[in-house]
Design a protein around this ligand. Structure first.
Ligand code: NAD
Length: 551
């Protein structure tokens, strides 16, 4: 009997494909499933509940095989994690085009999705799982760091020192929360029902300590808060039980949010079910489990609203928990805002978002060099400098070494072109891939998250992510994806992603310049169209053409 399959991307400069764009797609697919990166690689699950990199192992093998022979003028088509065709295109075309989890509007719900998934016809691609640019928890760390910095700026005089944040969910994304809070000098209590999630975050140095009990957690938290010492505390338990208990105790909590997998009711542990029985219970009676999970989410959200009423800063962290609680009949679920309208939208107006890159060499020194290049390119940006310094010190790489930082329109192309020059000159040992989260300024329609409460009411307009994917294809990205349901679940989002390879060639430089200008440009025009003044000024100052503003 052989054990579970272990996948890991090759490192170095040797190619097993006809060119770097194909090699990059292959390595990033493999990297997504690296046990250091993926939450459940044996099931091809990368993160975010059931977000997968490939539909099944046969599809994975077929994609690997196809990429190994894919020519410079060919494109592999991927339909929900399965390669379905290879077409002759041209060298400016993407080498891979991906469509994941898309369903026709009236059919776009979990029930129908799961029926089709059980028939082997689709898979859940989340955002970067099925588009092969997940880089582990760091990917979300910077966005989470930015969000908590914005909370600090808005409410606490620019620092979280002397405050306690209460949250739940220490999974692939949620695991970034404790480190993001301590990087802002605050104290965090993080509840998770899975002891392995707590252990994993401690092992990766994202979480400092584990509390033995609720009282212990509160004692550790208040001591650290009083000393204005950053500390993150893992607490084993069910958030639907622990939050109401803490509220009843009058726990001195300043900020409350949540990143359990609430977007998928089968991945949220209902109160009264032991964690060990969760998978069986969900498989045996999905409808009953869903109803119980939603009732628990209603209790969880009710406690969050209770903390808000008591004066805490409370926000939804993009996991749909308010929507699920409302479905269970809790009528104040939307009493607190989502994090995008509360803190992030002004950044989106500037085309700012989660720019990321990974070193195909596997050599951390390549990332250190790109870190320095970013600091040299944008010396005036102090918060970027602080982030790059802290990330260099505190971020533990998972899989291929990678870095993320939020850059805006007019910045991403500069960084990308600089990286390409560094590959060309041999300063970097091997090419780098440059991509981003689908959670970006102009790439997603998601009324409970990125496009919640748009100024012109256009929250549910989903033309923008489709235009974003098309413009990235037209601009020369190496692979482009269009997904449905990432982050917030089926029926609630459409979003697109791109990855572009800097292999040091002139052609790559040309593509990078276009893609990394037009991709964030979508964020600027989307927000100009919705009537945001900041976006309007950015468009004027930086020369983004918007026909309706001309003439
Ligand atoms: P994940 O599945 O890797 O982790 C979820 C964690 O929640 C698990 O560790 C699980 O044990 C825990 N959990 C489930 N039910 C619980 C309960 N009742 N009490 C306590 N813990 C419980 O998911 P992830 O990748 O960390 O993503 C978490 C959520 O955040 C998802 O809904 C995702 O879509 C959303 N998300 C938000 C952003 C953002 O920018 N805000 C980005 C990505 C993902």
């Amino acid at each position: 009997m052989s054990g579970p399959r272990v996948v890991r991307a090759p490192r170095g400069t040797g190619l097993s494909t006809p060119g770097w764009p194909q090699e990059a797609a292959l390595r990033m697919l493999q990297n997504n499933l690296d046990p250091e990166v993926a939450e459940h690689p044996d099931r091809l699950v990368v993160y975010g509940g059931t977000g997968k990199a490939a539909r099944d192992w046969r599809s994975f093998d077929a994609m690997v095989r196809t990429l190994r022979t894919l020519k410079q003028d060919e494109t592999m088509l991927v339909q929900s994690g399965r390669p379905v065709g290879v077409m002759q295109t041209h060298e400016w075309a993407p080498r891979v085009l991906i469509a994941n989890s898309n369903l026709v509007g009236d059919w776009a719900n979990w029930e129908e999705f799961r029926r089709l998934e059980a028939l082997g016809l689709t898979m859940y691609g989340q955002m970067t799982a099925g588009s092969w640019i997940y880089i582990g928890t760091q990917g979300i760390l910077q966005g989470t760091y930015e969000t908590f910095a914005a909370v600090a700026a808005k409410k606490f005089g620019g620092t979280l020192a002397g405050t306690i944040t209460l949250t739940a969910g220490l999974g692939g994304m949620g695991g970034a929360q404790p480190l993001a809070v301590t990087m802002n000098d605050g104290v965090a209590i993080c509840v998770d029902c899975d002891p392995r999630a707590i252990d994993r975050r401690i092992a990766h140095r994202y979480l400092d300590v584990r509390a033995d009990s609720l009282d212990h957690a509160l004692r550790l938290a208040t001591e650290a808060r009083d000393a204005r010492r950053p500390l993150s505390i893992g607490l084993l338990g069910n958030a639907a039980e622990v939050l109401p208990q803490l509220l009843a105790l009058g726990a001195p909590v300043d900020i409350v949010t949540d990143q359990t997998s609430a977007h998928d009711p089968l991945a949220y542990l209902p109160a009264g079910i032991a964690f060990e029985d969760m998978a069986d219970a969900a498989a045996k009676d999905p409808a009953g489990f869903t109803a119980r999970a939603r009732r628990s989410m209603a209790r969880h959200v009710e406690a969050m609203v209770g903390f808000m009423d008591a004066g805490a800063e409370v926000f939804d962290y993009g996991n749909s928990i308010r929507g699920e609680a409302e479905l269970a009949g809790y009528d104040r679920a939307f009493a607190f805002p989502g994090f995008v309208p509360a803190y992030i939208r002004p950044l989106f107006c500037e085309g700012r978002g989660p720019f990321r890159w990974a070193a195909l060499s596997g050599d951390p020194a390549d990332i250190a060099k790109t870190d320095r290049a970013v600091l040299e390119l944008f010396p005036e940006n102090e918060s970027l400098a602080r982030w790059i310094r802290l990330a260099g010190e505190r971020v533990h790489f998972q899989g291929l070494p990678a870095r993320i930082c939020w850059l805006g329109y007019g910045e991403r192309d500069k960084a990308g072109e600089r990286f390409n020059e560094m590959v060309a000159s041999g300063e970097l040992y091997a090419p780098v891939v440059i991509g981003r989260d689908h959670l970006d300024c102009g790439s997603v329609a998601s009324p409970y998250r990125e496009t919640e409460a748009m100024l012109d009411g256009s929250d549910a307009i989903a033309d923008w992510p489709l235009l974003n994917a098309m413009v990235n294809v037209a601009s020369g990205a190496s692979w482009v994806s269009v997904h449905h349901g990432g982050g917030v679940g089926m029926g609630r989002s459409l979003h697109a992603g791109q990855v572009t390879v800097a292999d040091g060639t002139r052609l790559a430089g040309e593509k990078i310049r276009r893609v990394l200008t037009n991709d964030p440009g979508m964020g600027v025009i989307r927000h100009v169209d919705a009537g945001y003044d900041i976006a309007d000024s950015v468009a004027s100052e930086r020369g983004v053409r918007v026909p309706m503003r001309e003439g």
